[in-house]
Design a protein around this ligand. Structure first.
Ligand code: MRU
Length: 375
């Protein structure tokens, strides 16, 4: 029998029997596989803030399940005190939504998922609270199921951009651990693996939180992919050597002009890739494209604690006490460094704003087509 690997665990799951959020604690990977169960607002917020669950799509899925769990608790405490009115419910729902939304600012999937759940509640203001809770549960499950389909579709489009035997460089973790299956940037790699493409993958270790070393290298290696771990300052070397045919990375928010926020260091990789004529592809579900954000300059960049740089992962503190630290979690890759943005509805190219409009039109048409055929 095949040995169980990290890819056999669910990154994020709603336990529908106990109404708990079940996640792999990614802060202790790859040394330990710990599955944790979360029930309170504080536990869910902490798990997102501390990157126990991380990666834009997985954060969105966790937030959707999280707000359902909290909404159910609100409904239960209202029922216990004999209340049933929508306004009281909705006021508390919004408080919890805002609280969860404050956990991480850059990944737009967090607010995207919470807003989707909110719109559902608003559309049911004339219905009983228990109907609303049932609908929220279904929606949270649907958001997870959609994520799997979306990643697979991104994988198919991404695979059309490379050929068997190619070298692919990736930064941070936009893998299965950042989604519910396949990942975004890793989806072409996993699909290629199934079809005998034999890619050679280079995973940047990704300072300071080492998502590349701890997560990407781990999950790709567990899947039997040919993966080589490199330090962040080695991308120019592997590209100059001619070992990289394409860069695939994920993203946390894409602005309307195609500027893209992703893990700190992505824009360095993209700048180096331009020097060596290696195309950079951003793998982005349409839920990560934020047409309300005009350019990268409008994207809020999360700042993280100094300790992540000065002492985390070291046996003892490595930096001088009292040193000033700048620790932005993300950077913005300018759209002119990007060869294409791979979505589940096709590949967007310059000029991005127009290309995104086409993609959203296609999404709408396909959704309407599906609704019609379901009628
Ligand atoms: O801080 P993290 O680990 O949540 O950052 C993750 C990334 O930057 C990913 O590339 C991005 O969220 C896309 S995940 C499919």
């Amino acid at each position: 029998m095949r040995e169980k690997t990290i890819l056999d665990y669910e990154t994020v799951e709603l336990d529908t029997k106990t109404d708990e959020l079940v996640i792999i604690d990614q802060t202790v990977l790859p040394g330990k596989t710990e599955i944790i169960r979360l029930k309170t607002a504080q536990e869910i917020w902490d798990a997102i803030y501390l990157l126990k669950v991380r990666g834009a799509p997985a954060i969105g899925v966790a937030a959707a399940s999280g707000i359902y769990i909290l909404a159910k608790q609100i409904a239960e405490s209202m029922a216990a005190s004999g209340k049933e009115d929508f306004d009281t419910f909705y006021r508390q729902f919004l408080e919890q939504k805002e609280y969860l939304n404050s956990a991480r600012p850059t990944a737009v999937n967090l607010s995207w998922a919470l807003n989707r759940m909110d719109r559902l509640v608003q559309s049911m203001s004339d219905r009983g609270i228990s109907d609303i809770i049932d609908a929220l549960k279904k929606e949270a499950i649907m958001i997870k199921e959609e994520d799997i389909k979306v990643c697979k579709a991104i994988g198919e489009y991404g695979l059309s951009l490379v050929k068997p035997g190619d070298g692919i460089l990736t930064h941070c973790n936009a893998g299965q651990l950042a989604t519910c299956k396949y990942g975004t940037a890793t989806a072409p790699i996993y699909l290629g693996q199934e079809r005998g493409y034999h890619f050679r993958v280079f995973a940047d270790e990704t300072r300071p939180l080492l998502q590349g070393a701890r997560l990407t290298a781990y999950e790709l290696h567990s899947a039997g992919v040919d993966v080589t771990l490199i330090c962040d300052n080695m991308s120019a070397t592997v590209m100059k050597n001619g070992w990289v045919n394409a860069v695939f990375v994920g993203c946390d928010r894409v602005a309307a002009n195609g500027d893209t926020a992703n893990k700190i260091g992505t824009s360095v990789v993209a700048t180096v890739a331009k020097r060596y004529h290696v195309p950079v592809y951003i793998c982005a579900p349409t839920s990560t494209i934020d047409m309300d954000t005009k350019t990268g300059a409008d994207i809020q960049i999360e700042q993280r604690p100094a300790e992540e740089v000065t002492e985390m992962w070291y046996q003892e503190r490595m930096a001088p006490e009292g040193i000033k630290v700048f620790n932005p979690a993300f950077d913005v890759t300018d759209h002119d460094l990007i060869a294409g943005i791979v979505t589940e509805y096709g590949i967007a190219r310059e000029p991005y704003t127009e290309s995104f409009r086409e993609i959203f039109k296609r999404k709408e048409e396909m959704k309407n087509g599906r609704t019609k055929s379901n009628d």
